[in-house]
Structure formats: structure tokens, C-alpha cells
Design a protein around this ligand. Structure first.
Ligand code: TYD
Ligand code: MG
Length: 495
């Protein structure tokens, strides 16, 4: 194959240059040029905007929206209930999923388990092996897919660029899935991978990882922005043209971003992040974007000796066990997707040096600074000369503002050296004016706490149940409207 010419395109303004330059000739931005393959000029310049439009044949597919039938996407469960939960019920034909996470967190393990389970249920073929996607007027450009897709098998393909076939086999043995019919290809060259995809016509293909794949057409190294983008674009096109679901594994950089361009997140249908503390056995999968389901849903897994096992009732796994209540600890009821979860928030307030530190793990640091200011201004609790450390136990990351009240109560408890009462929970957002705002679906949170045997709750007024309900039995609910009210309540509870 003749090598296509490379050109360099500016990420900011789109200007192009024949060679790499430090400064974009178009917009003057620095270090924004990335290598891409020059599009071969289409006959008569058909694709170019400048060409005469009269010569273009309009596609026949223009129809009023009302006439287009809305078909529900058919989902195939992956055999991993928690993974299906984040995917929105299962994997969809032609779906492109990007799954990111720290090294060693369990991406390869989960995907191998899922492929094997899919392979076992797909024998004889069903929804996933049903041929190309119905896309009107879209000429497939990812290969010779469309024609052959009708005969597509129901096989699962695992492309590994990081490990050898033997290493994958070793992992399979450890997982107890010997005798697996999943096809394995150890390959990192995009053209060869695409050729294999064309020949094998798998129903689901996993590319582990996208950073190891490189295309012949570009001179830049595997893992570079240009390579990652180009390879992901080709694989996405293949998925859409053939109906094969493609799962791309992506690495995460130190600051938690998916390595490679953000454009990868825009290109794919679903973005999943694997998170959790590698020192604990629990792992969370979070959907950041999902064209086929809800976001913010999480899946919870435990890493065991034999791979990842779904945790279907995760509400109490992020609580640490204290025989007696300790100062600086407050349990928060957080709502992740559709499930309430109880997470322990710990705070430690200590005499600080000349510039006191504010550190948070699993919670936003800026939010912590804001909460401390509210605590000072509206409840008269000063921490200006103190170090404040806050931690969400178990490596969970909490982004919802409903954690505010629990954070403030944990901080005050540590500052006073007094533990909160036994069986205490709290939730609620705190505003800059010192008000405590309601959290979404408060009743569900309270029900979960009551179910797990908690006995005292401090919640926003609007979340307190209007009438007594059996579901809250055993739980004394204190409703507060302002931060100072919550602090006064704490003092009352001591007595
Ligand atoms: P892996 O899937 O290789 O992570 P990633 O692909 O995200 O880099 O996970 C490897 C880790 O999981 C490794 O530290 C060993 C551990 N592990 C288990 O605890 N039990 C198992 O059954 C397997 C296969 C791995
Ligand atoms: Mg891996």
C-alpha cells in the first residue's frame, strides 16, 4: 500500500501545514499541530466545500422526523450484572465503548470475563450478530464490512497489545475460564487488526489498549495523540459500518484524564471510568457519557482471587468499622445513579503552621475551602489557623454537593474532639448564605439508612418526611434549615 501523505493540523484552529511547526501559522498557538493523514483528494473535489454544489447528488434519505420509526436498541447482557448496569442494560450492536482507569485496576480482567460470558451465551447467535446497522445513505468506509456482515459469526475477539497470548491464557486460567472460545489476537498494528476484524466478523471486539495500537500511515509513535486519534477513528468507523461492538481500553494519566485527546471521548458512544483504591478490593465503574443509557450510574465490583465479582448490594461497603463512635467521622448517604450508598466521611483538624493546609481525598478541595468559609461566617466556627484533612473512606470519589453537611459535621466533630452519636447519618447541600438545601431523592436515602439500622439523621428541612412512615422506623430525623442550626443541634445531642 502506498503511504498516504501526512499533514499537520492545528488542534485549535484547524489550519494545516506540510511539516510540523512549534507555532501554528494560523492562530499562533504553541504546540498545537498534530500529525494526521492527508485525505486523498476525492474525484472532482466532491467533498470540498468550495466545489460546485450543483454537481453533487443529494442522498435519498431526507425524511420528516415524524416518519422515522424509533426502534428500541437491542441490548445484549454481558453476563456481568454491574457492567450491564452502567452500560444501561447491556451492550448494543455497533456501540463503541471507551473504558479508562489506572493501571492494574482490573480493566483487562473485567473485559476478558465479560467476553467469555458473552461467548458462552452467544452460541447460536442472537441480537449482537444481526448484521450491519441500518444507516441510510452512509457509505461504510471502515473496510469491506457491509457486504460480509450478514454472515458475521457470533465470536468475541480480544486484541491484546500489552500482553502476549500466553499471558492472556494465564489470566484466563486464573479466572477459571479454561476452554474459552474467545479469539485472541496479539497485535498492535491497526491495518492488521482491521484486516482480522474484516475476516473474523466478530460480534464484540476488545482493543486492549488503544494506546498501544499504531497505524502505518503515521510516523508518530504509538500512544501519541495523533496515533490514538487516528486509530480510534478507524475502529469507530469500523464499528458503525459493521455493527460490531468495539470496546477500547484507555490509559489514564496521573491527573486522572484519559490519555490521548479529549476528542476520543467525543468520538465514542460510551465512556466508562474504572475507579477505586488499588489497596482495597472494591472497584467502581462510572459512566461519564452514554448515548444508550443513563450517566452517573455506577457498578460496584470486588476484586477476588478469581477475578472481579459484582457487588449487587453495595450500600454498606464504604463504612469502616468502629467499635465505638470516634471524633471526626460522619456517615453520608450518597446517591450514585439509582442506588443510595453509605460512605463514611472522615475529617481531622489539627494545629497548623503559618500557612494551614486543606487536603481532601475523594472530595473536591475547592468545595472544602468554601465549606470552611461558610462554617466560619455562618456558624462562628473558625478553622483559619488549623490544618484540615478530609477523606471519603474506601477510595470512593464523591462529586455531589449533598455531601456538604456530612463534611461540615465531621470537621466540627474533630475540632471539638467529640464523636457524633452512634448510628448517625447526614446529607444535604450547603449554600454560601449558610442555608442547608435539599438533596435529590432524600426519602430514598433515609429509607436506606433506616434499613441498615442507623438511628439518628440530620437532613435538610425539605427532605424530612411529612408523615410518619414505617420505612423510617427506628430513625430519629432532625430537619435543619441553616448551618448554625445544625451546629446547635450537635451541641444538644451531646447532652
Ligand atoms: P488487570 O486487569 O491486569 O488491570 P489493568 O488491565 O486495568 O491494568 O488487573 C490486574 C490486577 O488484578 C493485578 O494486580 C492482579 C489482580 N487480580 C486479582 O486480584 N485477581 C484475579 O483473578 C486477577 C485476574 C487479577
Ligand atoms: Mg491491562
Amino acid at each position: 500500500m502506498a503511504k498516504d501523505k501526512s499533514i499537520y493540523i492545528c488542534n485549535e484552529c484547524g489550519a494545516s501545514s506540510a511539516r510540523w511547526l512549534g507555532k501554528c501559522p494560523g492562530c499562533g498557538a504553541w504546540n498545537t499541530l498534530v500529525e494526521t493523514i492527508a485525505e486523498p483528494a476525492a474525484a472532482g473535489g466532491k467533498n470540498r466545500l468550495g466545489a460546485s454544489f450543483a454537481a453533487l447528488v443529494p442522498p435519498a434519505g431526507v425524511r420528516p422526523l415524524a416518519e422515522i420509526e424509533a426502534v428500541d436498541v437491542a441490548r445484549t447482557p454481558t453476563g456481568q450484572g454491574e457492567l450491564d448496569r452502567v452500560l444501561g442494560g447491556g451492550i448494543v450492536q455497533g456501540q463503541v465503548v471507551l473504558i479508562g482507569g489506572d493501571p492494574g485496576i482490573g480493566k483487562s480482567t473485567l473485559l476478558l470475563q465479560a467476553l467469555d460470558a458473552l461467548q458462552r451465551t452467544q452460541r447460536g447467535g442472537d441480537t449482537l450478530a444481526a448484521g450491519p446497522l441500518p444507516r441510510q445513505g452512509a457509505a461504510p468506509s471502515g473496510g469491506s464490512a457491509a457486504g460480509e456482515a450478514a454472515q458475521r459469526g457470533s465470536s468475541m475477539l480480544y486484541v491484546t497489545g500489552e500482553e502476549s497470548g500466553a499471558q492472556v491464557a494465564l489470566r484466563a486460567k486464573r479466572l477459571g475460564i479454561t476452554g474459552s472460545q474467545v479469539a485472541v489476537l496479539a497485535e498492535i498494528q491497526l491495518e492488521k487488526i482491521l484486516a482480522t476484524l474484516g475476516q473474523q466478523q466478530p460480534a464484540v471486539a476488545v482493543i486492549d489498549s488503544i494506546q498501544t495500537v499504531y497505524s502505518d500511515q503515521l510516523t508518530s509513535a504509538p500512544g501519541s495523540v495523533a496515533q490514538v486519534r487516528e486509530c480510534a477513528a478507524h475502529l469507530t468507523r469500523w464499528a458503525k459500518a459493521s455493527g460490531c461492538a468495539v470496546v477500547l481500553v484507555g490509559h489514564v494519566t496521573k491527573d486522572g484524564q484519559l490519555a490521548g485527546p479529549r476528542v476520543l471521548e467525543h468520538m465514542v458512544d460510551t465512556v466508562l471510568y474504572f475507579e477505586g483504591d488499588t489497596h482495597s478490593s472494591f472497584r467502581l465503574i462510572r459512566a461519564i457519557k452514554n448515548r444508550f443509557g443513563a450517566v452517573n450510574e455506577i457498578g460496584v465490583f470486588a476484586m477476588t482471587e478469581r477475578g472481579l465479582k459484582g457487588v449487587s448490594n453495595p450500600s454498606a461497603i464504604f463504612l469502616s468499622q468502629h467499635a465505638q463512635p470516634v471524633p471526626g467521622s460522619c456517615v453520608l448517604v450518597t446517591l450514585e445513579g439509582t442506588r443510595p450508598m453509605l460512605v463514611e466521611i472522615q475529617a481531622l483538624v489539627d494545629t497548623g503552621g503559618p500557612s494551614p493546609r486543606r487536603l481532601s481525598v475523594g472530595l473536591e478541595r475547592d468545595r472544602l475551602a468554601m465549606l470552611l468559609a461558610v462554617l466560619h461566617q455562618h456558624a462562628g466556627v473558625a478553622t483559619g489557623d488549623q490544618d484540615v484533612f478530609v477523606n471519603a473512606v474506601g477510595g470512593v470519589r464523591i462529586s455531589e454537593p449533598a455531601a456538604d453537611l456530612a463534611v461540615l459535621l465531621a470537621i466540627t466533630s474533630s475540632l471539638r474532639g467529640k464523636a457524633l452519636p452512634k448510628g448517625f447519618i447526614a446529607f444535604g447541600e450547603v449554600g454560601l448564605a449558610g442555608e442547608v438545601r435539599p438533596a435529590p431523592r432524600g426519602q430514598e436515602r433515609l429509607k436506606e439508612a433506616a434499613k441498615l439500622g442507623f438511628s439518628v439523621a440530620v437532613v435538610p428541612k425539605a427532605n424530612a418526611p411529612k408523615k410518619s412512615d414505617k420505612a423510617f422506623e427506628g430513625l430519629t430525623i432532625h430537619a435543619v434549615e441553616r448551618v448554625d442550626e445544625a451546629m446547635a443541634l450537635l451541641r444538644g445531642l451531646d447532652a
